[in-house]
Ligand binder design. Sequence first.
Ligand code: NAG
Ligand code: NAG
Ligand code: NAG
Ligand code: NAG
Ligand code: NAG
Ligand code: NAG
Ligand code: NAG
Ligand code: NAG
Length: 671
Amino acid sequence: MFVKQLLTVVLVSQFLKSSSQSFNFTYNGFRRPLNDIYLQGIATVTPIGLLELTDTTVQQTGQAFYARSIRFKDSPNGTVSSFSTTFVFAIGTQIPPPPLSGHGLAFVVAPYFGIQSGTPSQYLGLFNVTSNGNDTNHVFAVEFDTIQSAEFDDPDDNHVGIDINSLISINSSSAGYWNETNQFNNLSLISGAPMQVWVDYDGLTHKIDVTMAPFNESKPSRPLVSAVRDLSSVIQQEMFVGFSSATGSSLSEHYVLGWSFGMKGKAPPLALSKLPNLPIDFNYSGLPVGAVALITIISSVSFFIILLIIFLVRFIVRRRRKFAEELEDWETQFAKTRMKFKDLYYATKGFKKKGLLGSGGFGSVYKGVMPKTKKNIAVKRVSNESRQGLKEFVSEIVSIGRMSHRNLVPLLGYCRRKDELYLVYDYMPNGSLDKYLYNNPEVTLNWRQRFKVIKGIASALFFIHEDWEQVVIHRDVKASNVLLDAEHNGRLGDFGLARLCGHGSDPLTTHVAGTWGYLAPDHIRTGKATTATDVFAFGVLLLEVACGRRPIEIQNERSERVLLVDLVFGFWNEGNILDAKDPNLGTEYDQREVEMVLKLGLLCSHSDPLARPTMRQVLNYLNGDALFPDLSPLDLRGNGVMMLGIHHRVGEPVMSNGGSSMVDSVLSGGR
Ligand SMILES: *[C@@H]1O[C@H](CO)[C@@H](O)[C@H](O)[C@H]1NC(C)=O
Ligand SMILES: *[C@@H]1O[C@H](CO)[C@@H](O)[C@H](O)[C@H]1NC(C)=O
Ligand SMILES: *[C@@H]1O[C@H](CO)[C@@H](O)[C@H](O)[C@H]1NC(C)=O
Ligand SMILES: *[C@@H]1O[C@H](CO)[C@@H](O)[C@H](O)[C@H]1NC(C)=O
Ligand SMILES: *[C@@H]1O[C@H](CO)[C@@H](O)[C@H](O)[C@H]1NC(C)=O
Ligand SMILES: *[C@@H]1O[C@H](CO)[C@@H](O)[C@H](O)[C@H]1NC(C)=O
Ligand SMILES: *[C@@H]1O[C@H](CO)[C@@H](O)[C@H](O)[C@H]1NC(C)=O
Ligand SMILES: *[C@@H]1O[C@H](CO)[C@@H](O)[C@H](O)[C@H]1NC(C)=O
């Protein structure tokens, strides 16, 4: 009998022993391969082994569970065995002080690995508005809550609570710990500092203890918060353990650095030295003020340096691009005449409006000072729509640039960037001749000066037509292309631009380009510029200088346009050609010279190119080396037809072959 009883006791104790098998697991960091950890929501494991329950995404949940079920009860209707867990966590926030965080994390014992129905924010991913508080949840949790939710009777925004099926804790306390001398020390959950937690359940006394301490400190003997509750109705036989966390509308990061769990025994201690480090940019507001300031200074200084480097690189790249210019094969022969865009850019201070000397049909002219030589220059920026003709033009302009004549504006060099051409000339301090002629100018020229200018330009034209190795046609002789140097010598500028901007690369199909009023009728008819068409324009220039009038003027209310040639001819026909002279000339003038210049002007602007004198003859007349023939108005008439001037009226279609944008723009824009 006794033996039988003894046997039963032995058997029962044997049975008890086998059923009270302890179980434990330990994670000193969550390094891959990650065995038995199930991640849900936005939870991830970082490469260095941090379990990141949430990143800085708002309104999200993240959960991590030990993926194997754990036997909490020896029989379905039995009592819950003792269990214990410990873990190290850290909550950080990227909002600068005062930090705001959402919403905290919880250690969870649940019937499933992963709670699908939990919502973020204050529900911590554990429950939702309908399931919160329902006994069918079978959830036991310890919350580390960083937001005070009045609906859950939270004591503050930094508390630890024991939860059973509800976020309304059965007991809670402000985060902190009791130290060896039994004094309470606050802990800030969102300080970013790691801290360790111990949760212990005693199966016999049904006592739940939650204890926490700063990282690297031993477990305090007095728990932070406790409760006595038999969990048998809450925890089922097979359950899962893990963590759940949630963010609300503010940004925060919830990390678990290490975790161990023990069933029917103590949770194995964590090897704190093996736990992964928190990210460097993590907000360690728990650090001493000095350290935080140092980190802030170092990070902001390095941020500034990086910013500076980025800025510098961008600046250099932009600068490179800005001053980039490519030399095409055909340009290598002109390399000597070519200038660096960078130099021109600096010389003109970036082509600022302030330095704009003027702009016309062919582009804008800027004043500049060469950076090294301090020489005054005028840079003409020519925008050519097509590259066609550019090559010929550049070679022509460069060869003309080699010509040296005291009545030509010296070309110092050129620069080409894509389709933009820059021509660099000597700066002419007294500007262009047109400024001194029309509209009762403040400063005008006396007859001596005017005559000197005329002779200078005649000499320049003679030089390019006859006296140089090649015949060069200017194509755009006019008052605004005559520049006055410091001694008021006339100098001819802007060679051949008319052709370039008239898109004429093939001399045979050259479209008419030039300035209305200076265009010879034969030029308009044939589209071909010759030395005689230059002479025609020079004739118009002579009349302008002597009369102080534009080649075409609007005279009366009916907007009738009057050609200067017709006007002067009219005076001559009436026998008083001198009445055409500029009233601003005053009385100090040589009557013979004025008369000759007017008649010579008419002769040069004869509609028949063959009737026009050559520049050699013109120069001889002006210099007095040949006697100007004694002409009468009748000599300039042929076959009873008025041979002077332009037979076309302004506004009539001019072109023979297609029209020139140049002429059109001069017509519409006026000058
Ligand atoms: C456990 O309890 C339920 C009712 O609470 C009962 O129906 C069932 O038979 C019990 N099981 C055991 C093994 O005692
Ligand atoms: C709340 O949770 C319960 C289960 O716990 C689930 O059945 C229900 O669909 C959830 N409600 C919402 C709105 O998610
Ligand atoms: C608790 O949840 C269960 C199932 O989800 C439901 O049938 C029951 O009505 C809920 N109880 C309360 C009080 O909401
Ligand atoms: C316990 O904490 C109090 C308050 O912070 C402190 O003054 C005391 O020195 C601490 N005791 C020990 C042993 O660290
Ligand atoms: C600890 O926190 C509580 C409530 O947050 C506060 O009243 C108390 O002054 C704090 N104590 C210390 C030492 O900071
Ligand atoms: C933790 O404490 C040990 C000694 O107790 C010390 O050697 C170690 O540096 C500490 N680690 C940290 C991170 O404070
Ligand atoms: C709540 O926890 C504190 C600290 O452990 C304890 O003193 C208190 O008795 C607990 N309250 C309840 C209702 O369990
Ligand atoms: C953990 O479990 C192993 C056997 O699985 C055992 O050897 C060890 O002592 C246990 N550790 C603790 C702290 O209970």
